[in-house]
Design a protein. Structure first.
Length: 241
């Protein structure tokens, strides 16, 4: 059974748009778990454009399910992650000029630094360390080589495909990548752009997915139906109940 983790970054984006104290991503995280989310995801970016260190520390206190700390390899952020000790740390690429994460980490070109960070985070007591990767076999093998015990498959290309035949082809690519990760003994996670419409094909096609991270689709829907209903609707699609 695939677990559903909800990313609350865009609650913080809305709060910060007016430099307000609300809506609070901590409150949102509690409501998401009440509605059936299996955990909460956040990305503490170097520029603090949405989630802040205050949010991180409070999320650690209140989240009852899995807490997934998304981070770059920036030394300060890595140190905060080691101090917080979430259940899962997911290493992602980060560029200040991007609107959202645009692709997987290039492990092959950053092997030495990633090996250092993965080792440091694991030794700090974080049980799971994932690397956000494109569905490319060489990158998945490299994730295992640098010591990660999980991968998060980048589903953005699949999610953004507009033609049915392209989406089906990209789902097959993700399926092959999931098989490769599973055969290497890596836990397989997935995320980026998954939503209420495209998840059905993803679910039918891609095996071995232990958890998915879904944020924007749920937060956007919550504006119309409320966050608890938005989470319940997504949970029904992901888990079947």
């Amino acid at each position: 059974m695939t677990n559903l983790l909800i990313n609350v970054d865009h609650i913080a984006t809305l709060r910060n748009a007016r430099r307000e104290t609300f809506p609070d991503p901590i409150h949102a995280a509690v409501l998401c778990e009440v509605a059936g989310a299996d955990g909460i995801v956040f990305h503490l970016r170097e520029d603090r454009r949405h989630i802040t260190e205050r949010d991180v520390r409070l999320l650690k206190e209140v989240v009852k399910g899995k807490l997934d700390f998304e981070l770059s390899t920036n030394e300060e952020i890595v140190s905060i992650c080691c101090d917080i000790q979430p259940e899962l740390a997911t290493l992602v690429p980060e560029r200040r000029e991007e609107v959202t994460t645009e692709g997987g980490l290039d492990i092959l070109s950053n092997r030495a630094r990633l090996e250092q960070v993965v080792t440091k985070v694991l030794e700090a007591g974080v049980r799971e360390v994932a690397i956000f990767v494109d569905p490319v076999t060489e990158q998945i093998k490299a994730a295992a080589d640098v010591g990660a015990n999980c991968i998060e498959l980048h589903t953005g290309d699949f999610s953004n495909a507009t033609l049915p035949e392209n989406r089906e082809r990209l789902a097959s690519v993700l399926a092959d990548a999931a098989e490769a990760g599973h055969e290497l003994g890596l836990a397989v996670h997935a995320g980026h752009g998954l939503d209420y419409r495209n998840y059905h094909l993803f679910k039918r096609t891609v095996p071995h997915v232990e958890e998915v991270s879904i944020g924007f689709a749920v937060i956007a829907q919550s504006v119309l139906v409320g966050i608890e209903q938005a989470v319940r609707d997504m949970r029904l699609i992901v888990k079947g109940y």
